[in-house]
Design a protein around this ligand. Structure first.
Ligand code: ACM
Length: 286
């Protein structure tokens, strides 16, 4: 086994009890619509890259088992799978046994319903399934929207929140994750609008958290996806951002505890200074 310099540094740091840097990788790829076998093979290659590069946390795009541009509910149903019984879930679960957290978008079948979901696996176990709350454009013709708060999972003593793609446009989602003490938001995506990558910097700043967006690339049935997968810091710095068409697993080392400092100035705490008693409109149905 080849141990990289970065890995030696990480091991030394953790041996001295200082902190354990997390190597976080975002997979950027182009699924083939409807080709479950090819999509599994591509995902296997990304997970092999995670093995070679000793990536601790892998974030993969939305709907990676199926592709995105459905034309009917039947298509979505036919390409969905149960979590964790389906083959794509099993692939993620097996790879997570190597001491890794993996969060991926999955077209999920649950009973007669189909959800646009993200599943989190670590150390061989299913930790959480999140069903996307905010469905984009035609998605509501095939998917049932989720009805539960987005989850936070623990890994290596750190806390990772999960949201899916268009949830970026609803700052309540990232806020809830921050209020649930997420230090890093993992964000499987199939982005088409040009604003998300910059908006995620704002989600970072307004909650003082890391974010990791794994976006797909390519053209599918006339829909162009924007790539530019990225990782942002609690100060809104872009720690990693790839090009529109790049494909592969791209990583950066982060210290999730950097997000525990919630002070915007010496006197302003980003969560404690909120005035929820004046925000009643936020919870009134529109
Ligand atoms: C999206 O939510 N996939 C744009």
């Amino acid at each position: 086994m080849v141990v990289t310099k970065a890995e030696i540094a990480r091991i030394c740091i953790s041996a001295f009890g200082e902190h354990f840097m997390i190597r976080i990788g975002v997979g950027q790829t182009q699924p083939n619509f409807g080709d479950k076998v090819w999509n599994m093979e591509q995902t296997r290659q990304l997970l092999q890259a995670a093995d070679h590069e000793s990536v601790d946390v892998v974030v993969l795009p939305e709907l990676l088992n199926s592709g995105y541009v459905f034309r009917s509910k039947n298509e979505a149903t036919g390409l969905s799978e149960e979590i964790p019984a389906g083959p794509f879930s099993k692939l993620l679960q097996a790879s997570s046994k190597k001491g890794r957290l993996i969060v991926s978008g999955i077209c999920q079948k649950q009973g007669n319903l189909v959800y646009n979901s993200a599943a989190a696996f670590a150390n061989g176990a299913l930790l959480a399934v999140y069903q996307k709350l905010h469905l984009f454009d035609h998605e509501s013709e095939w998917f049932t929207p989720g009805g539960k708060e987005p989850p936070v999972v623990e890994f290596h003593g750190y806390r990772f929140g999960i949201m899916v793609c268009f949830d970026w446009a609803f700052p309540e989602v990232a806020r809830i994750l921050a209020l649930k003490s997420a230090q890093v938001i993992l964000h499987p995506a199939n982005l088409v609008l040009p604003y998300c990558q910059e908006a995620m910097r704002t989600r970072s700043i307004e909650n003082r958290v890391f974010t990791a967006t794994a976006n797909r690339t390519g053209l599918e049935r006339d829909v162009q996806f924007s790539g530019m997968s990225q990782v942002t810091s609690p100060k809104g710095e872009v720690l990693l951002r790839r090009g529109v068409t790049d494909q592969g697993l791209f990583w950066v080392d982060i210290e999730p505890r950097d997000s525990d400092n919630k002070m915007i100035t010496a006197r302003n705490h980003v969560l404690k200074d909120r005035r929820p008693e004046t925000y009643t409109l936020l919870t009134r149905p529109s």
